[in-house]
Ligand binder design. Structure first.
Ligand code: ATP
Ligand code: MG
Length: 416
């Protein structure tokens, strides 16, 4: 049976892995809340159109990376490759235009049919923010500041670089597109096959090409920044001014474009050199055209998404500890019932109590060590008769007899 291995590009999050992920997602959620963003969860699948229409028919995600299927009722469904399109759909479905600005935080699995490698899976997780309904640079500043604070809380302020660019408004991008196409046509023969197609469909995407030859050509291409009209330049300057005010360092990267079609004005990425090739940990930008493109009212938006797996890799194994239990050990089978009742009572009081289910004292103590237990409660016949149990500190090996009445107080030094 092929099913004994996880599907290519997917993997199990064992409890320790999950704890690291939770540290990432909880840090993100708490930071988001501090900026007034609350959590939303949209379905992990949507009608395929939600993505195909908005991410751009020619984007890599849509042309190559989507997990799509047809239901028994002939609906075309796609497992979400990213969070923004679903949130924009939810904005429209729930008529949230009356409640702007809408500030959402999200966390959850995303699915892309990509070649698996370090920091790149087919099922992965993202945390993200969306600020919808504000068309001024203040929103961009707020969203980037939240991203920076999130990464700083994880301890990464010194190992990430904020790269910043402006894609301008539609007019600026149209002007740039023709300049770029003129330049690229001069190098047509050396473009990759994909990029030859992109030249017709979406030339800006060539700037984001991962192909070596394309990259060489792109290096000398004209810059979008030189085509920004006055409005776009003023918008970009205001974003930079805000970041300067907050002391958030950034590097301007005039070649930064985002992989999806719906972006305008601000584009940014936090990158790191600590992860090798997969160096982008948080990426985002402004998407003023998205909600309208989907059939909703003209509504501005700006947001980011961060890859949880990549941040977990950066945190490493030692950043979290699983909860340390207190183990309950009946000295013989006769104390089994009393031990069970005592566990029940202590858990109701909030203690983390683990029970071995079988074995003698030695076996159970071994298991307790493996579970990284901090203490053991030994329930023996003689002590019980006196209304007591023995509490052993598994760090120091010290133990003492404690009356059942005082047990909660004694255990409070360990957990709860
Ligand atoms: P890349 O250039 O690495 O393919 P992208 O532009 O496709 O990234 P976005 O769509 O902006 O990425 O997603 C935001 C973040 O989600 C990325 O910066 C990355 O941290 C993470 N991410 C994207 N795709 C994957 C994946 N297949 N596996 C793990 N993390 C991913
Ligand atoms: Mg990608």
């Amino acid at each position: 049976m092929a099913g004994l291995q996880p599907v290519k590009g997917t993997y199990d999050l064992l409890p320790k892995d999950r704890a690291i992920h939770r540290k990432v997602s909880e840090t993100a959620r708490l930071t988001a809340e501090r900026f007034g963003f609350n959590e939303i969860t949209t379905p992990i699948f949507e009608f395929s159109e939600v993505f195909s229409r908005t991410l751009g028919e020619t984007s890599d995600v849509v042309t190559k990376e989507m997990f799509s299927f047809e239901t028994k009722g002939n609906d075309k469904i796609t497992l979400r490759p990213e969070g923004t399109a679903g949130i924009a759909r939810a904005f429209i479905s729930n008529a949230l235009q009356h409640e702007t600005p809408v500030k959402h935080f999200y966390y959850g699995p995303m699915f892309r049919y990509e070649r698996p490698q370090k920091g790149r899976q087919r099922q992965f997780h993202q945390v993200g923010l969306e600020l919808i309904g504000v068309d001024t640079p203040q929103a961009d500043i707020e969203v980037i500041a939240a991203g920076y604070q999130f990464l700083s809380e994880l301890g990464f302020a010194d190992v990430v670089t904020l790269e910043l660019n402006s894609l301008g408004d539609t007019e600026s991008r149209d002007a740039y597109r023709s300049t770029l196409v003129d330049y690229l046509k001069g190098h047509y023969d050396n473009l990759s096959e994909d990029s030859k197609t992109r030249l017709e469909t979406n030339p800006l995407r060539i700037l984001d090409s991962k192909d070596k030859g394309d990259k060489e050509i792109v290096k000398d291409a004209p810059l979008l920044g030189d085509c920004l009209n006055e409005t776009s330049q003023a918008f970009y300057d205001a974003v930079k001014h805000g970041l300067d005010l907050l002391g958030i360092p950034y590097t301007e990267n005039p070649r930064l474009v985002r992989g999806l079609d719906y972006y305008c004005h601000t584009a940014f990425e936090f990158t790191t050199e600590t992860l090798g090739a997969q160096g982008t940990v948080l990426a985002g930008g402004r998407y003023d055209g998205l909600i309208k493109m989907m059939g909703g009212p003209q509504t501005a938006g700006v947001g980011w998404a961060a890859g949880v797996e990549r941040l977990a890799l950066m945190l490493g194994e030692d950043c979290v500890e699983l909860p340390r239990p207190i183990v309950m050990i009946p000295v013989s089978a006769d104390q089994q019932d009393e031990a069970l009742k005592l566990s029940h009572r202590l858990r109701q009081q909030g203690f983390i109590i683990d029970q071995g289910f079988s074995g003698n004292m030695k076996k159970r103590l071994n298991r307790a060590n493996k579970a990284n237990a901090c203490a053991a409660i030994l329930v023996g016949e003689d002590e019980l008769a006196r209304g007591c149990v023995t509490v052993r500190n598994l760090e120091s090996g010290e133990q003492s007899e404690v009356s059942l009445d005082a047990l909660g107080e004694t255990l409070a030094q360990f957990n709860a």
